[in-house]
Design a protein around this ligand. Sequence first.
Ligand code: PMP
Length: 373
Amino acid sequence: MNTPLIRADLANLEPYDPDMREVRIMLSANENSYGMPQSVWQEALSRLAAVEINRYPLATAPRLRGLLAQKWNVEPANIVVSNGGDELLFNIELAYGGPGRALVNCTPTFSSYALYAELTLTKVIEAPRHSNFDVNEDALLKAAQDPEVSLIVVTSPNNPTGNLANPAFVEKLAQSTGALVLVDEAYGEFAPSGSSCVPLVSRYDNVCVLRTLSKAYALAGARLGYIIAPKPVADVLLAVRQPYSVSSLDQTVAEVVLEHASELDKITTRLVENRAALLEDLLQLAQDTRAAYGATALEPFPSEANFIMLRIQENVAGMTATDVHEILANKYSILVRNFSRTLGLGGCLRFTVGTQEQNGQLICALREIFGCK
Ligand code: PMP
C-alpha cells in the first residue's frame, strides 16, 4: 500500500499539545475557575431539551449574532461567530494571509497565530515585545511597513504575558497601514473598561476585534468565538467559514449565557479581585525568596487577564521552571502551564487565576517548594 503524501512543508507538524492532566486544581488553560453558575446552566439545559438535533444549525446564527450585536452596539452584519476563537483565527489567516503575504506577530504571544500561518503558507514577520512584554510600538510600526504585510495581530491582553495594547496606538497603527489589524481580545472582559479596541471597528475599515465566550463567560467546552468587524471584513469571514461550524447546542447555550451576562460579569469582578490578591502574594513570595537566597529567584508579571506569569530564575533557587511545574502537578495536583521552552519566556510558568481557595493552595505549595513557609 502507498502511504498518502502529506504536503512536504507540513510533514513534521506535531499536534497541538494542551498538556492536560487529571488534577485536583486546574490552573493551566485560562478557563473560568468558578465555572458556570448553576441557575444559568439549569436554564441552558432546559433550553437544550427543545433543540431539534436532527436539523442542521442555523448557519448564520441569527439570534446569537443579534444578542452579540446588541451587547456591542453594532449591527448583526458586523458579527461573525465561530467554533471557538481559534476557528476565526484560522479563517482570518486563510483570507487575509496566504502565499506571498505576511503576518506581523508581536512575540512572545499566543502560539496559534504562527501555527495557522504555517498551515496557510503565510510568512511571519516578528515584532518582538519589550523585556516587560509591552508591545514594541516602534518595531511594530516599522514591521507593518513591509509591502508583503497583509495582516497584523495585536493581542490585548496578551497571552501568556497579560499586557494590554494601547487603543490609541492601535488606532495609529491602523492609520499607518492598509493591512488588516486584528485585535485579539479573548481576555478583554478581565481588562479595565476603556481598554478595548471595539470602538475603532466603526471608524476604521481595517480594524477587527476577536472575542470569545471561553474565558469570562465560562464556555470553553462549548466552543464559541466571535469577531466584531467592518461589514466587508465580516462578509469575507462569512464566506470562507464552514457553514455549520457552530452547532445548535453551542448556539443555544451561548444565547442563554449572554442573556445572563450580568451574573457572569459578577464572577469576572471576583476573578479580577483574586488576580490582584494572587499578584500580591506572588510579590511577597518573591521578596521572601530574595531574602532567603540573596538574589531574585522569582519575578511575577502584572496582568490584565485571568492569568499571571511568573519567571523563575533557574540558577538562584536551584530549580528549573519545569521542576516547579512537575512538583506542582505530581505532589500537589495543581496543573499550571509551562512556557519555559518558548522563545523569550525562559523560566516562565503561567498561572490561571483560580478561586480564592485554589489560589491559596497554589501559594502554599509554592511557599513550600521554595522553602518560605
Ligand atoms: N486568543 C487567545 C489569545 C487565546 O488565548 C485563546 C485561547 N487560548 C483564543 C484566542 C481562542 O480561544 P477559543 O478558541 O477557546 O475561543
